[in-house]
Design a protein around this ligand. Structure first.
Ligand code: PBG
Length: 329
């Protein structure tokens, strides 16, 4: 017997063999495209720190969503830029709000695309925090729960298939579930941003969504990047409260958290490849420093390998196009 006896290179030799021993696959069915809805008509406002991404009015959102659907992207997640902001973010639960209007248009014009909506207040409050403030400037958890529930019910009534609370208040999944059920919306899915870390990688998103806090930061509600065990406790609570799909955010720097969730829970899992992760790839590609297609697909397959069923990424259409061209083969 020759040495070494085990030669892993045997099954790596040809494209055919590599395809036959591949453990993880990325398909277009895994992808969710985030979109930013703004008021007006015919509006496309490119976001400089997110090349290829724009704020779009409802008519443009419908066109983009239809194109994505045609490219086999099965779902979008909507973020809103309201006409008016106030201290509590009341535009978020207006039945005629910007995201409510976009959801209705999508339901009418691209009905087969899954409609996911972000549920949070940072885009709607004039101070940019994710809920109602107490006089001392901290976010009032329980007062915010009521408003989150109103927002979720309003969006589900407008036709959202999935509501995705990203605020990180304690008890929000349970409050939203009860609110939806009481409103006769038992089929609405809750995608919980279950382990959401206080991350610098959200920088470009805050430009896009105009949601940078006017004072302080989000460390009082989002998680400390150093904590994995605490993430498991966060997720366990969301599971108890009735979350249907569990998300880790950001993705790349938190793949260990995702892998730990995959071991512990049998729910579908999602990973959010956030704005800063996307911006890094785009910036390096623009400088000619990285092969964009290759590092993009490597990043996304790594999220699949760690356990993600859904991947929210600004590159969803690019990835779907590469897959359609036979990237995986
Ligand atoms: C709203 C929200 C944020 C993101 C998704 N939902 C921003 C934040 O928490 O500051 C970030 C998404 C991204 O960076 O792509 N709370």
């Amino acid at each position: 017997m020759g040495f070494p006896a085990t030669r892993l290179r045997r099954t790596r030799r040809t494209p055919l063999l590599r395809r036959m021993v591949r453990e993880t696959r990325l398909t277009a069915a895994n992808l969710v495209l985030p979109l930013f809805v703004c008021p007006g008509e015919g509006i496309e406002q490119p976001i400089p720190s997110m090349p290829g991404v724009a704020r779009q009015s409802v008519d443009r959102i419908v066109a983009t969503a239809a194109a994505a659907h045609g490219e086999s992207v099965p779902a979008v997640i909507l973020f809103g830029l309201p006409e008016h902001k106030d201290a509590v973010g009341s535009a978020a639960w207006s039945d005629d709000g910007i995201v409510q209007r976009a959801v209705r248009a999508l339901a009418a014009q691209v009905p087969d695309l899954l409609r996911i909506v972000d549920v949070c207040f940072c885009e709607y409050t004039d101070h940019g925090h994710c809920g109602v403030l107490r006089p001392d400037g901290s976010v009032d958890n329980d007062a915010t729960l009521e408003n989150l529930t109103r927002q979720a019910v309003s969006l589900a009534r407008a036709g959202a298939d999935v509501v995705a609370p990203s605020d990180m208040m304690d008890g929000r999944v349970g409050a939203i579930r009860r609110g939806l059920d009481a409103a006769g919306l038992a089929d609405t899915i809750i995608l919980a941003y279950a382990a959401k870390f206080a991350s610098g990688f959200y920088g470009p998103f805050r430009d896009a969504a105009d949601s940078t806090p006017s004072f302080g930061d989000r460390r009082g509600y989002q998680m400390d990047p150093a904590n994995r065990r605490e993430a498991l406790r966060e997720v366990a609570l969301d599971v108890e409260e009735g979350a249907d799909v569990l998300m880790v955010k950001p993705a790349m720097a938190y793949l260990d958290v995702l892998a730990a969730l995959r071991q512990r829970f049998d729910h579908p899992l999602a990973a959010y490849h956030v704005s800063g992760e996307y911006a890094m790839l785009k910036a390096a590609a623009q400088n000619g420093w990285l092969d964009y297609d290759r590092v993009l697909m490597e990043s996304l397959v790594a999220m699949r390998r760690a356990g993600a069923d859904w991947i929210l990424t600004y590159a969803a259409r690019e990835a779907a196009a590469l897959l359609a061209k036979g990237w995986e083969e």
